[in-house]
Design a protein around this ligand. Structure first.
Ligand SMILES: Nc1ncnc2c1ncn2[C@@H]1O[C@H](COP(=O)(O)OP(=O)(O)OP(=O)(O)O)[C@@H](O)[C@H]1O
Length: 343
């Protein structure tokens, strides 16, 4: 799909210092400064990243992240493949050290916070013994902590009662993810970090999973999750932090981030469309031709609709509000550094 956007003649999608109710977008270029969320209240700080960078040889995986997350927030960490999400999470978990900058969890260095049982994580892979049952795995995990939550309660919260006697090796991917969730709950952590937690879960399981996460967060637990399911971020996160090429490019509520892809999409049927003239209509940000369907991304959908219906043979016109996915594409698209003339 080609997505050609414009901003005052210069092609800079999803960005360039637009400001929305307490949230700024950073310019998406190498000189951009990461944007900060508006203050999210006076709750104690759970996580503070200050000027964090991480390089692997010549790869700059994280390029200066400043981020403050307060107790009780549910924060989605979004970004395309290779954006630096896992690298950042690894530093929060004390699994690796920042190249520069600092990471503090409840004011402590991450490995101290982990040692005190303040932080747990559900990672995508590893950590399971196939020859134990689900219940035995949770019991074993509980035995590692001086004070642990009651195993039956944890099993219930994670929704794995029905599979408690099943061997881990026989569990599906989604069931293993729920078991990892149970293991993460055992120490009753203040901060729960979830890396792609619902991978492999079906829709119902996913909903049940998020319901238990929300119920948990209401007790004051802070939750940070990385996901590629934008609808999950939209539905369950209080706040979305969007990362691109190791930098934060948007930080705000789902509604605020969605608004960064502001505007509408006008969809028409238009066989053999000739769209050159359409590009000159006020507020047109992008045109996407898919066979006989033409999608026009625009700030002023009325002007586009009027033009299409009066000046072209287009018909079957529909106008759709843009969603989080459009904002995601606009803010993280690789070609948004190119000017029109570079295309
Ligand atoms: N140990 C490593 N050595 C070299 N490069 C690395 C290493 N770990 C990560 N990278 C690189 O750093 C960048 C960020 O990777 P990271 O895994 O943090 O991205 P991500 O946002 O989690 O991606 P995904 O959504 O695909 O999981 C990528 O370009 C990756 O190839």
């Amino acid at each position: 799909m080609s997505w050609v956007g414009r901003d005052d003649g210069q092609r800079v999608v999803g960005s360039a210092g637009r400001t929305l109710d307490g949230m700024n977008t950073a310019e998406i270029d190498s000189s951009s400064t990461p944007q900060r969320a508006a203050s999210t209240g006076s709750a104690p700080v759970a996580l503070e990243l200050t000027g964090v960078t991480k390089t692997f040889g010549r790869v700059e995986a994280v390029r200066g992240i400043d981020l403050t997350i307060r107790q009780g927030e549910i924060v989605a960490f979004l970004g395309p493949n290779g954006a630096g999400k896992t690298t950042t999470i690894d530093m929060v978990l004390g699994l690796s050290e920042p190249t520069s900058g600092t990471a503090r969890v409840f004011g402590l260095e991450p490995h101290h916070a982990i040692r005190r049982g303040l932080v747990s994580a559900v990672m995508q892979t590893g950590g399971l013994v196939k020859d134990l049952t689900v219940r035995e795995t949770v019991e074993l995990t509980a035995s590692l902590f001086p004070t642990a939550r009651a195993v039956p309660e944890v099993i219930r919260t994670a929704g794995i009662e029905e599979i408690a006697d099943r061997m881990v090796g026989k569990c599906s991917g989604g069931e293993q993810q729920r078991l990892r969730f149970a293991m993460a709950l055992v120490s009753d952590p203040e901060l729960l970090i979830l890396d792609e937690p619902t991978t492999g879960m079906d829709v119902n399981t996913r909903r049940a999973f998020w319901a238990s996460i929300r119920a948990d967060a209401e007790q004051g637990r802070t939750v940070i999750f990385a996901t590629h399911y934008l609808e999950e971020a939209d539905a369950y996160a209080d706040r979305i932090v969007l990362v691109r090429r190791g930098q934060i490019v948007a930080d705000g509520s789902a509604a605020e981030v969605r608004a960064l892809g502001a505007g509408r999409t006008v969809r028409v049927t238009w066989p053999n469309a000739e769209v050159e003239q359409l590009r000159t209509v006020d507020g047109v940000e992008g045109i996407d031709v898919r066979g006989e369907q033409v999608l026009v991304h625009a700030k002023d959908s009325d002007a586009v609709a009027r033009y299409l219906l009066t000046r072209t043979p287009a018909y079957d016109l529909e106008i759709e509000a843009r969603g989080l996915e459009d904002a995601f594409v606009a803010l993280t698209s690789d070609d948004d550094l190119m000017t029109e003339s570079e295309k």
